[in-house]
Design a protein. Structure first.
Length: 232
């Protein structure tokens, strides 16, 4: 018999964060054994059945963690509905899911797991887990020079009413920039680069927390088992 708080069980299943789980419970969307749940509910994970809507959730008996080198040209999804996905690279019947996303044209380090709490710690901005990217560009920005480029990345730009910026940026070559962020918005590095006048030639995520792609020695489309301590 294992007793746990309901919001933790939902989070561990990978369905949502604990905070979002509480919101789902308050909205009346979560049932335990067919009965609407309440905030703070304690359940027996061996016998109680938790459903959100009509979908029963399952919590894994053990957690797995993998580093995956996402190739350029595939989407970070477990469904091929919107294009060729990473699903083809995973073992058949796997319960792993991606932690965060890389857009179709971005390659590099992606973490796969079945541990919802760990996934939330990596992705939620409040935990300040840094991710490092290498952006290589073509073209010359108009009149602002290298210092101006770095300033625009770090001070930020406005786009459709939102501010896009990074934690830090530095040149590591004539046309390559190393960028660090802890909070990601969809396509934010490409948006900033475009507003500056840079044509993105390639974009690669090279590190998440302590985990560095260069130390893993894996090729695109491949994965390797890791430990939590490798990342945080």
């Amino acid at each position: 018999m294992i007793k746990e708080r309901l919001n933790k069980v939902i989070s561990r299943s990978g369905y949502s964060s604990r905070r979002k789980a509480d919101e789902l419970i308050e909205s009346g969307k979560v049932n335990v054994n067919g009965i609407p749940a309440k905030i703070g509910t304690i359940i027996d994970t061996d016998t109680d059945v938790v459903t959100i809507g009509e979908k029963a959730i399952e919590t894994p008996k053990h957690f797995e963690y993998y580093a995956f080198y996402k190739p350029k040209g595939i989407i970070t999804s477990l469904s091929d509905a919107q294009g060729e996905s990473i699903k083809k690279c995973l073992p058949q019947g796997s319960s792993l899911y991606p932690v965060g996303r890389l857009d179709k044209d971005t390659e590099g380090l992606l973490i796969l797991t079945n541990d919802g709490d760990f996934a939330n710690e990596i992705t939620h901005p409040s935990f300040n887990k840094q991710k490092i990217y290498h952006l290589e560009f073509d073209g010359k920005p108009s009149l602002i020079g290298k210092e101006g480029i770095i300033r625009r990345f770090t001070q930020g730009i406005m786009f459709h009413g939102k501010k896009y910026f990074v934690d830090s940026a530095k040149f590591i070559g004539n046309s390559k920039i190393e960028i660090t962020i802890h909070e990601g918005k969809s396509r934010q590095l490409r948006i900033i680069a475009g507003k500056i006048g840079l044509e993105v030639k390639s974009l690669k995520r090279v590190a998440i927390g302590k985990l560095k792609l260069s130390r893993l020695h894996i090729s695109p489309g491949k994965m390797v088992r890791i430990k939590i301590e490798d990342v945080i």
